[in-house]
Design a protein around this ligand. Structure first.
Ligand SMILES: Nc1ncnc2c1ncn2[C@@H]1O[C@H](COP(=O)(O)OP(=O)(O)OP(=O)(O)O)[C@@H](O)[C@H]1O
Length: 241
């Protein structure tokens, strides 16, 4: 999967998969057949959709029907509502309703997403309010932002600077996932001058990683083995942090 979140937004087979999963999980069989039919009819339109772009797509569809003078089917106008209900995304789950600093807001706006996914709106406000949250959600459901945004935001609230050391360690099971998370964390922290994001993964240069860690990383994204390596060899500054 691409590290570039912004591009994932537009070309995102995974997201498509999420929607398929949601539909398969929740739609009764008859409804599913109907949805597949509708999808076939929509073949000319992009299949790479996100929650936000899907909403736009539906809006466009509605406008087109109105322009053709056709009566808008009640069922179709509520298509987005049905989808949101399936994904359990309420109308108020807009990113714009999330209380965050202006620097985090800028980073979120840059992604171009309109609504939070279920895991995002259920997790982020609680973490921001100081609760510990354990979350689980399907692959491609937007978990990364669910923990990256609160990490960045809580550190920002604490006026994080490099001198304060490390404020968050994100441990991922694979290098690929760690690289992907680091990309997202960097995007979210890009306007926060005091928050640097460091990557600590197996297969990369230990020396280069050690140098970056010594300079001070607000957020460290790591695979477990290499993190332990650094703890053993560079215990001093890691503990200081
Ligand atoms: N609110 C949102 N609206 C639209 N797209 C989103 C939203 N949040 C995340 N995405 C996009 O959905 C895709 C999947 O997100 P992400 O990688 O965070 O999912 P995940 O649940 O962590 O997946 P995995 O379990 O595979 O790591 C990414 O391309 C991301 O940019």
């Amino acid at each position: 999967m691409s590290v570039d979140v912004a591009s994932k937004k537009t070309i995102n087979p995974k997201k498509r998969k999420l929607e398929d999963i949601a539909e398969n999980d929740n739609a009764p069989k008859a409804k599913k057949v109907k949805q597949e039919k509708e999808e076939d009819e929509d073949n000319s339109e992009s299949q790479q959709v996100t929650n936000g772009s899907k909403a736009k797509k539906n809006e466009k569809k509605g406008n087109e029907k109105k322009a053709n003078g056709k009566k808008v089917d009640k069922e179709e106008t509520s298509e987005q509502d049905e989808e949101d209900e399936k994904l359990k995304i309420p109308a108020e789950a807009q990113w714009s309703n999330l209380q965050v600093s202006s620097d985090t807001r800028k980073a979120i706006d840059k992604l171009g997403f309109e609504r939070m996914t279920e895991i995002q709106y259920k997790a982020i406000p609680h973490v921001l309010a100081g609760s510990d949250v354990a979350g689980a959600a399907k692959t491609g459901s937007g978990k990364t932002l669910s923990f990256v945004i609160p990490a960045v935001e809580l550190m920002a609230k604490d006026n994080w600077t490099r001198e304060k050391g490390t404020g968050a360690i994100i441990i991922a099971p694979t290098r690929e996932l760690a690289i992907q998370i680091k990309g997202v964390a960097q995007q979210m922290a890009q306007f926060h001058r005091g928050i640097r994001v460091g990557l600590v993964i197996g297969g990369a240069s230990r020396y280069a990683e050690a140098q970056i860690l010594k300079m001070g990383c607000g957020i460290i994204v790591a695979t477990p083995g290499r993190l332990v390596d650094h703890l053993e060899v560079n215990l001093n500054y890691l503990l200081q942090n």
